[in-house]
Design a protein around this ligand. Structure first.
Ligand code: Z5A
Length: 206
C-alpha cells in the first residue's frame, strides 16, 4: 500500500503523516514514512539545492531536479519497501510536481506527466490524501512554525499568494479528475480533528 500526503505548505500533511505512521506501527504494521524532495542521501542533497533561497533556478532545471530526486527515492526506497509488503507513507510525490511546476509555474502538464511516469516507472499511489486549506492560512502556519524554530524562509516561501492559489486550485482539480485515488480532507480544524478524518478515510488499512 502506497499512500501519499499532498497539499500546500502549512496544510498539516507532515503532522498527519507522522500520526498515521505512529498509529499503524502501534498496530504492528511495518511502515516506511518518507518525504519528497529527499528520502535518500542523494535526494536529500538535491532537496538542499532546490529549497535554498540563495539559488536562482531555471524553472525547467527545477523540474528536472525534482524528477532526479524522485527517481532515486522511488528506486532506492519506495519500490523495495512495497516489494517487501510494507506500507509506504510519502509526504509529497509526483502530484506535487503537477501542482507546483504545472499549475503553479504553468509548465506544460503533459510533459510533466510523462517525466513523472519515467521517473517513477509509472508507479501511482494507491491513495492520495489532499489536505486542503486556503493559501493564506497555510502560509501563516508555515511562517509561524519557521519563526518559532528560528528557520529561514525557503525558496518556495518567497512566492506570492497568487502562486499558492494556483497550486491549491490545481490540487483540487486533480482530485476532481481522479476521485478513486484522491481523498480531500478539510485541513482547517485542529490536529486531532483532522487526524480523525484521516483515519476515517484509511479505515480499510488503519
Ligand atoms: N515541491 C515542488 O515544487 N515540486 C515537487 O515535485 C515537490 C516539492 C516534491 C518542499 O518543502 C517544497 O518543495 C514545497 C513544494 C516543493 N514548497 N512549498 N511550499 P518542504 O518539504 O520544506 O515543506 P512542505 O512539504 O511544503 O510543507 P511543510 O512546511 O512541512 O508543511 P506541512 O507538511 O503542510 O505542515 P506541517 O509541517 O504538518 O505543519 C506546519 C505547521 O502547522 C506546524 O507548526 C504544525 O505544528 C502546524 N499545524 C499542523 N497541523 C495543524 C492544524 N491542524 N492546526 C493548526 N496548526 C497545525
Amino acid at each position: 500500500m502506497f499512500i501519499t500526503f499532498e497539499g500546500i505548505e502549512g496544510s498539516g500533511k507532515t503532522t498527519q503523516e507522522r500520526l498515521v505512521a505512529e498509529h499503524l506501527r502501534a498496530k504492528g504494521r511495518t511502515v516506511v514514512a518518507t518525504k519528497e524532495p529527499g528520502g535518500t542521501p542523494l535526494a536529500d542533497r538535491i532537496r538542499a539545492i532546490v529549497l535554498d533561497s540563495a539559488n536562482v533556478i531555471d524553472p525547467i532545471a527545477e523540474v528536472l531536479l525534482f524528477a532526479a530526486s524522485r527517481r532515486q527515492h522511488t528506486t532506492e526506497v519506495i519500490e523495495p519497501a512495497l516489494a517487501r509488503g510494507e506500507i509506504v507513507l510519502c509526504d509529497r510525490y509526483a502530484d506535487s510536481t503537477l501542482a507546483y511546476q504545472g499549475f503553479g509555474r504553468l509548465i506544460d502538464l503533459d510533459r510533466l506527466r510523462a517525466l513523472n511516469n519515467w521517473a517513477t516507472n509509472a508507479l501511482v499511489p494507491h491513495r492520495t490524501l489532499l489536505f486542503d486549506l486556503p493559501e493564506e492560512a497555510g502560509l501563516t502556519r508555515a511562517r509561524s512554525r519557521n519563526a518559532n524554530a528560528d528557520m529561514d524562509e525557503g525558496r518556495f516561501e518567497l512566492e506570492d499568494l497568487r502562486f499558492f492559489r494556483r497550486v491549491r486550485e490545481g490540487y483540487l482539480s486533480m482530485a476532481l479528475a481522479e476521485p478513486r485515488r484522491f481523498v480531500v480532507i478539510d485541513a482547517h480544524a485542529d490536529v486531532d480533528t483532522v487526524f480523525a478524518q484521516t483515519l476515517a478515510v484509511l479505515k480499510d488499512i488503519a
